[in-house]
Structures are given as C-alpha cells and as structure tokens.
Design a protein around this ligand. Structure first.
Ligand code: ATP
Ligand code: FE
Length: 373
C-alpha cells in the first residue's frame, strides 16, 4: 500500500510517497523560508503564490523519485487544518483535482496530528505517549492515545515560541549579523546565546501563578523588547543597531523560553502520572517542531524527563519541521486503521483554526498541580 502526502499549510510545499511500513520511496520539498526571511515574516498572499507555482512540480518530483505511478497509489493524504487559509487552499485544491483525476481515496490531515505521529515512523512507540510540539506557528502539549485520539493538555494563549524568537531576532536585526545572515530567528538566537551570559538580564518566566499547562510568550517578547529599547536609549543608538549585549539578551531570552516550556511540560507529566494517562513501563515524551532542534531547550526538557522517569524522543530536525513525509505517514496510519478515508468526489474544506483532540485544559487547571521547587 502506497500513500502520497501533500503539505502546504504554511511556507513549505512538500510531497512524499511512503509505503505502509513508512519507507520513504520519494520526496520533494520547496521551502519559502528565504523569501520570507527577506520580507521579515510570512506574507500570506506571497506564500499562496509560491505554493501554487511549486505544487505541481513538487508532487511530480516526489512521484518520479519514488518510481510510483499515480495509478499505484492507495490514497492521497493532504493537510487541510490548521494553517494559513491561503496556503491550505492550494494543497487542498490540487489534491482534490488529483484524487478525482486518478480516482483515489482522499485522507484529510490535521497538521499537528501529523507532527505528533512522525516519531512513530522512526521508532516503535506505542500509544499512549506525551507530545510537546513547539514550532513557528504552534506550541502544545497533548497525550496521543491513538491515531485520531488526542487529549489536549495545553496550548499557547498568544504567540508560539518560534514566533517570539523570530520577532526578537528581527528586532535585533540579526540577519545583518555576520554569523546569522542565513539563519532563522531561532537558530540565530541559539548561536549567539552560546557566547552570552544568561544571568546578565533576568526576564520573568511567563504564567508563574497559573498552575496549568498552557503557554504564553507575548509578555516575554514585551519584556525583551523593552530591555532592547532601554539599552538602545542608554547607548544613544538607532533602533536595531545594538551590538554590545546582543549575546546576553539572546541567552536570557532562550533561557526563559526553555524554562517556561520545561515547567509546563513538568506539570503535564505530573498530571498524566496522577491520572494514569501514560503507561507504567517506558513512558515517552515526544518532542517535535522547528524549535525542538534547539539544544538548550532540549537539555532543559531532558532534565524534566529524567527526574520524572520519562524517555525523551526527538526526531531528527528534518522530520521536526514541515514536510510531505509526515503527512504521508499520517495517511499510512489512518489507512491502516481505516480512519477518515473519503471517496474522491467528497468536497472537503480547509480549516485555518482547528484544535487537536479533546480539550483537557480546564481539568489540568482544576488539578492545580504545584511543581517541586
Ligand atoms: P508550523 O510548523 O507551526 O506550521 P513553521 O513552519 O513556522 O510553523 P517549523 O518549520 O516547524 O514551523 O519551525 C520554524 C520555527 O522554528 C521558526 O520560528 C524558527 O525560528 C524556529 N527554529 C528553528 N531552529 C531553531 C533553533 N535551533 N532554536 C530555536 N528555534 C528554532
Ligand atoms: Fe508544522
């Protein structure tokens, strides 16, 4: 059984063909990251234009590399939620035309479900497991109980961790920094933080008084921006030209993001343990999303998983960011269980906003779990 996966939810046009064991027979990915780095953020109409220019070629390439003819496919899986409306619409429109033309079943995919399940393509992880997804568009904690069965323990009330790292990097004009010109905001912050003093500036860890597993990053971004402004004023320099303490600001920002993520994850683990939501033997935390490639953040999470007896699993960076492979894999998992498979002629609509699974955030909050200090 062969599945073609198609991803266009944000700024990557991706396609891949997988067999039922998860072997990648062929894949292709067109990233728009460089374009968006130049414009200082994703402009949805530009993203849409680039998806529509590239989708045909990307899908063709994935098929050609796999040596698979469309007639041999068992199904086509495509991201239909959540994401940028204009971006989602391109992948969905293409896929609906494709499945009708080749008379193939269609499997609509939830982008975050796909991120969560990718680890199972690489490792034999049984359900249930805990997952922390941290990327440019999302941050969430969930228990994966089955292919389409998730308990949502926490999500961001405002921005995502990748988003604030990108915004701080932009505010510091890090793309003009000689070492950082081609790096994403998060990568630039990680690099500069290595030679920074994280104790020189102290930012408050968000939501210290809220005993749940939700995230908030907007307030932290505000704290960091104020600090940058203050330093610029002290030195009497123009906005975005600070050089003297950029590394220290990067280090303190990264440290606060890591601490916030680690604390919420710690509480989620304690909640799961108190409610028997994870298996007694070898419970696992899967960490994924673009921000998961940050070594400092990984280390902070390792400390938490070690103290709580969980096994931390993080797919290689290539599988943590958006691609067609994870969508195809989600299709394979759904096909195996016969879940959410539609005939080619059914009209499917995209959903820019779509929470993952059953919302348990109120229960988590009500439990009011205090962390050991
Ligand atoms: P989503 O996956 O939510 O649709 P996205 O496409 O923006 O959104 P990813 O491609 O998974 O997300 O990740 C990109 C984000 O990861 C960017 O915000 C980037 O700054 C961040 N990032 C990449 N590398 C690192 C790193 N080493 N440390 C911290 N953040 C990083
Ligand atoms: Fe993603």
């Amino acid at each position: 059984r062969l599945v073609l996966g198609i991803e266009t939810s944000c700024d990557d046009t991706g396609a891949a063909v997988l067999d039922e064991k998860g072997a990648i027979l062929g894949e292709s990915l067109h990233s728009q990251k460089e374009v968006h780095l130049r414009t200082g953020g994703i402009i949805p109409t530009v993203a849409q234009q680039l998806h529509s220019e590239n989708i045909e070629r990307v899908v063709q390439e994935a098929l050609e590399r796999s040596g698979v003819d469309p007639s041999q496919l068992s199904a086509v899986a495509t991201t239909v939620k959540p994401g940028l409306a204009l971006s989602l619409s391109i992948g969905l429109k293409f896929s609906q035309r494709f499945v009708r033309q080749h008379n193939k079943p269609f499997i609509p995919i939830h982008h975050m479900e796909a991120h969560a399940l990718t680890a199972r393509m690489l490792h034999p992880i049984a359900f249930p497991f805990l997952v922390l997804l941290i990327s440019g568009g999302h941050s969430l904690l969930a228990v994966a109980r089955g292919v389409d069965d998730f308990l949502l323990l926490g999500y961001s009330l405002d921005e995502s961790p990748g988003d604030i790292l990108d915004k701080v990097a932009r505010r510091l004009s890090l793309t003009k920094h000689p070492q950082c010109s081609t790096l994403s905001g998060g990568q630039a912050i990680e690099l500069l933080a290595k030679s920074g003093d994280r104790m020189r500036f102290r930012f408050t860890t968000p939501m210290g008084q809220t005993h749940d597993c939700c995230f908030s990053f907007a307030g932290l971004r505000n704290q960091v921006t104020m600090m940058i402004k203050k330093k610029e004023a002290e030195e009497g320099i123009e906005q975005g030209t600070l050089l003297s303490c950029v590394n220290d600001i990067a280090a303190a920002t990264q440290h606060t993001v890591a601490t916030h993520l680690a604390k919420r994850t710690h509480r989620a683990i304690l909640f799961c343990q108190a409610n028997g939501l994870l298996p007694a033997s070898s419970p696992t935390l899967v960490l994924s999303g673009g921000v998961a490639s940050n070594q400092y953040i990984r280390k902070a999470l390792t400390v938490i998983t070690e103290t709580t007896g969980l096994h931390l699993l993080c797919p290689p960076a290539k599988f943590c960011t958006d691609n067609g492979v994870m969508i195809a894999w989600n299709g394979v998992e759904r096909l195996r269980e016969g879940k959410g498979i539609l005939p080619p002629n059914v009209d499917v609509f995209y959903e820019p906003k779509a929470p993952l699974g059953v919302d348990m955030t109120a229960e988590v909050k009500a439990a009011g779990i205090r962390l050991p200090s």
